[in-house]
Design a protein around this ligand. Structure first.
Ligand code: BES
Ligand code: MN
Ligand code: ZN
Length: 494
């Protein structure tokens, strides 16, 4: 698919579909007015009959557009202009693109009136549109004979001469972000038979090669040499050997600070001997979403050539049941020397992260963000669309929350009172790997905190938003690629 920028008037652009953003206000602005004139007043009449109101989330298709060059028009409601933000534009665009991508070879032009955009610059708008044009037409039907949707054949983003150069660079950034999100989604959507530690690492290495990242893959021998006893214990019940992948983007000053992105990559979580139910297990191919998010974000950070130093560290294991599985009562020694009493083998994500967080610190991380499908408790607390954030450094957390806000992604801070940490005291080791039932997302975060050597750190629990169990008009079910855009935004501002 190619995305181009054009200053052609809306009525004379050629496309199978012309997508037009429309706000809920009386004043349409010159672009929409010009389009309405060319259509002989169709839009005015639709407004008079109440069929076209610009309400957020509304859509109206005109299949046989007369008087303009494009074949069809899809009008998408953006709501009240003073309430318009990036998240709203993203959602509306996603739903529009998804509606029209069920046919092959569809070309699209997109126009959003400059005055409707309010506080959003033409560049920001264009970036959102480009990202949606890349992610919207991709489904989770990788394994189907007949795909349910097809990439758009061409996308034209309509703009003004003034904004043309800003929009052009924003469009290529938006496309890179969209491809990064799709990479994350694809890896999450592939089942555990196809994505396991070694195959994930091979995908990471291929990606690194294609976008100029340094990549190291640590095998089991190297992992025991690096004393990752906690991660290796989780992996030992599986026939699939563990891997840790380290990606390096050295875009900043040689002595500048390093941002570390750390991901939980449990390629399948059966629960281990604390076995999950079938109901709880059926989506557990998604338990490597943290690692896939790091991989997606690193690909975009490299391709955008961001002038910062970033390392991505992914802990890859499969949590399985066998005669060699780690057991309840086992005492593990993590990389940083902390001993851990295992009281539930299904609380495995934190055991993997313990070692990769400590490793990232040892590799020179100055600030860390980890991403993990860590706890069902976080989903209970915040629902399926909000990422929980946990930190040892409020100011670093507010940077991450601000980046999420600018990216239109939902994240919310959770408390980290000391008393939650006390719930992890063990009689036989430095700590145990589970606390009591209540506050489970927080005790999990308190556990992770022990492994970051007091470096500024934010933990993102993406158990809810990283995987969707059904389709919605604005997004496909399966892997969502949530937080990829936020991570890239954090790196941009780092
Ligand atoms: N991978 C799960 C968490 C999860 C749950 C992810 C639902 C996505 C959707 C994690 O490894 C897990 O099993 N957590 C346990 C922790 C408990 C044993 C303390 C949980 O949440 O039940
Ligand atoms: Mn688990
Ligand atoms: Zn898990």
């Amino acid at each position: 698919m190619t995305i181009t920028v054009s200053t052609t008037p809306w009525n004379s652009i050629e496309a199978d579909w012309l997508i037009v953003g429309i706000c809920q206000n009386d004043d349409w602005g010159s672009e929409l007015q010009g389009l309405d004139d060319a259509l002989g007043g169709t839009l005015t009449r639709l407004r008079e009959t109440g069929d076209l109101n610009g309400k957020a989330g509304s859509k109206l298709a005109i299949h046989d557009a007369q008087g303009i060059v494009a074949k069809r028009i899809l009008l998408i409601g953006l709501g009240k202009p003073d309430k318009l933000d990036g998240a709203r534009v993203h959602k509306s665009m996603m739903s529009a693109v998804r509606q029209i991508s069920e046919k092959q070879e569809t070309s699209v032009a997109v126009g959003i009136p400059a005055d409707a955009a309010g506080s959003l610059s033409a560049g920001v708008l264009a970036q959102i549109v480009a990202t949606a044009a890349v992610t919207g037409p991709v489904g989770q039907d990788l394994y189907r004979k007949e795909p349910g949707r097809y990439p758009l054949s061409a996308v034209t983003i309509l703009t003004t001469t003034d904004a043309e150069s800003e929009v052009t660079s924003a469009v290529s950034q938006g496309a890179i972000l969209g491809e990064a999100v799709n990479l994350t989604r694809e890896l999450v959507n592939r089942p555990a038979a196809d994505i396991y530690p070694e195959s994930f690492a091979a995908r990471a290495a291929a990606m690194a090669d294609s976008c100029g990242l340094k990549c190291e893959v640590l095998d089991e021998a190297k992992l025991s040499e690096e004393k990752m006893g906690s991660l290796l214990a989780v992996a030992q019940g599986s026939d699939r050997p563990a891997r840790v992948v380290v990606l390096e983007h050295a875009g900043g000053d040689a002595n500048g600070p390093t941002l570390a992105l750390v991901g939980k990559g449990v390629t399948f979580d059966s629960g281990g001997l604390s076995l999950k139910t079938s109901e709880g297990m059926k989506t557990m191919k998604c338990d490597m979403a943290g690692a896939a998010t790091v991989l997606g974000a690193m690909s975009a950070i490299a391709r955008l050539k961001l002038p910062v130093n970033v390392i991505g560290v992914m802990g890859l294991v499969e949590n399985m049941v066998s005669g060699n599985s780690y057991k309840l009562g086992d005492v593990l020694t993590a990389r940083n020397g902390t001993t851990i009493e295992v009281l539930n083998t299904d609380a495995e994500g934190r055991l993997v992260l313990a070692d990769v967080l400590a490793y990232a610190v040892d590799r020179g991380a100055d600030k860390l963000i980890d991403l993990a499908t860590l706890t069902g408790a976080c989903v209970v607390a915040l629902g399926v669309e909000v990422t929980g954030t946990f930190t040892n450094d409020e100011s670093w957390q507010s940077d991450v929350l601000a980046a999420a806000g600018r990216s239109g992604e939902h994240a919310w801070p959770m408390p980290m009172f000391d008393h939650f940490g006390e719930l992890l005291k063990s009689d036989v080791a430095d700590c145990k790997n589970v606390g009591p039932r209540w506050g489970g997302a927080i005790t999990a975060a308190k556990f992770l905190e022990k492994f970051v050597s007091e470096k500024p750190w934010v933990h993102l629990d993406i158990a809810g938003p990283s995987f969707a169990d059904s389709n919605k008009p604005h997004r496909e079910g399966g892997g969502t690629g949530c937080m990829v855009r936020t991570l890239v935004e954090v790196a941009t501002a780092f």
